[in-house]
Design a binder for this molecule. Structure first.
Ligand code: MTE
Ligand code: MO
Length: 392
């Protein structure tokens, strides 16, 4: 039995949109862009206000995760239910020679478009598997998705503004607002060299279509190879600082043990020094069969899944069905440096019984996955996954 709910979140949103705006807005008719708040299909709802919605595993059998099932993760309930595309501006300010205020049209016509395939994975993806359990959204493996992003390089925009010498941090802010004054606005920052590396970009399209409102319409920052917490949605403000950006979401939240592989620490001796989370760790997961599927003895089956890292490249995926011998899975062709890579493993269980399979990926610089992992916030989960299967 699939334990996800059929939801009607889009109806809620569309209803929300029709309720928002003044009467004169309504009279003017179609001026308000409701940002193709198209249906999210049947998904796993963790919370609805703010929306936190997980993609069911069955959608991970495709190279790209369709927009209408792409996971959703917002921190603040003050998330706009619509965006007025005509009034929308992206501003660039702070330590620059010339402040900019760009419309969507400016972005699409005055800058060279760029496209990249990149996996977005929430830092807390798979948090529900940590033992002992940790507080926070109890995601399974569906707080991630692979997409083709089209937009403008941050470098091109900052070059147009002219970054002043001594620039250090770049802060990215979206249109969502804290519900109370005591809650800090969700702002994330990158070092100037990283922001201007020519890969970090601002997407106005996801898989060839405008972004769904729930995924950050009209603009989303894309930070290839880094956890999706940095991928600010509804991005409307970029600010350059000559020193460290000081904000709650950089200095107090999304921290991991400093310089420790796999963000590991022990429940009874927490790391004393922490740092902001950054690059994706090497990881692989099972997609099919799902844990509740029953297989038949002596019948060939295909076990499949995906693997990814921060961009060095997955070179090997291994499976064990007996806990002793690791066998190599077949890798699909590389889609892109920052994409996930699919794998398949042909297996014929010889006898009936219960089997525990494990999967482990290795990347081009020899990094692999740990057999045990834990941290207080449930971030960067990449412990070797197991899958229990019954064979009849
Ligand atoms: N403006 C804004 N951007 C945001 C967030 C947010 O709360 N507000 N959440 C971040 C986190 S933690 C994640 S995992 C991704 C999720 O992107 P998605 O909702 O498109 O899946 O958005 C990031 N960008
Ligand atoms: Mo996240």
């Amino acid at each position: 039995m699939r334990n996800y709910l059929q939801i009607f979140f889009a109806c809620l949103l569309v209803f929300g949109c029709s309720q928002s705006g003044t009467n004169s807005d309504k009279e003017k008719g179609a001026e308000k862009e409701t940002a193709n708040a198209q249906a999210k299909k049947e998904m796993i709802v963790l919370t609805d206000r703010p929306p936190n919605i997980e993609t069911p595993l069955s959608y991970f059998k495709e190279d790209f995760t369709p927009n209408d099932v792409f996971f959703v993760r917002w921190h603040l309930s003050g998330m706009p239910a619509s965006v007025d595309t005509n009034k929308f501006r992206l501003t660039i300010s702070g330590h620059v020679k010339k402040e900019l205020s760009l419309s969507l049209d400016d972005l699409k016509t005055k800058f060279k478009p760029t496209t990249i395939v990149a996996l977005a994975e929430c830092a807390g993806n798979a948090r529900s598997f940590f033992d002992p359990r940790v507080p926070g959204g109890q995601w399974k493996n569906g707080a991630m998705g692979n997409a083709r992003w089209t937009g403008v390089k941050v470098k091109d925009i900052l070059d147009a503004a002219g970054v002043k010498p001594g620039a250090f941090d770049v802060a990215f802010n979206g249109m969502d607002q804290p519900p109370l004054e005591s809650v800090p606005d969700f702002i994330k920052s990158l070092r100037i060299d990283h922001a201007m590396d020519g890969e970090v970009m601002i997407a106005y399209e996801m898989n060839g279509a405008p972004l769904p409102l729930l995924n950050g319409y009209p603009l989303k920052l894309v930070v290839p190879g880094w956890y999706a917490t940095y991928w600010i949605g509804m991005l409307d403000e970029i600010k350059i600082y000559p020193d460290t950006f000081k904000g709650y979401w950089m200095q107090k939240a999304y921290l991991v043990p400093k310089g420790v592989r796999n963000g590991n620490e022990q429940p009874d001796s927490l790391a004393k020094v922490t740092e902001p989370i950054s690059k994706l760790d090497v990881r692989s997961i099972f997609v099919s069969p799902e844990p509740d599927e029953v297989l038949t003895a002596n019948k060939k089956c295909v076990v499949e899944g995906l693997a990814f890292d921060a961009g060095d490249g997955i070179v090997k995926v291994e499976i064990t069905t007996d806990g002793k011998t690791w066998l190599t899975a077949n890798l699909d062709p590389v889609i892109g440096k920052y994409s996930w890579r699919r794998w398949k493993f042909h297996w014929t269980p010889a006898t009936a019984g219960t089997y525990t399979l494990s999967v482990k990926a290795t990347n081009a610089i020899g990094e692999t996955q740990p057999t045990h992992q834990w941290n207080r916030s449930g971030y960067m989960r990449n412990e070797i996954e197991t899958l229990k299967l019954n064979v009849k």
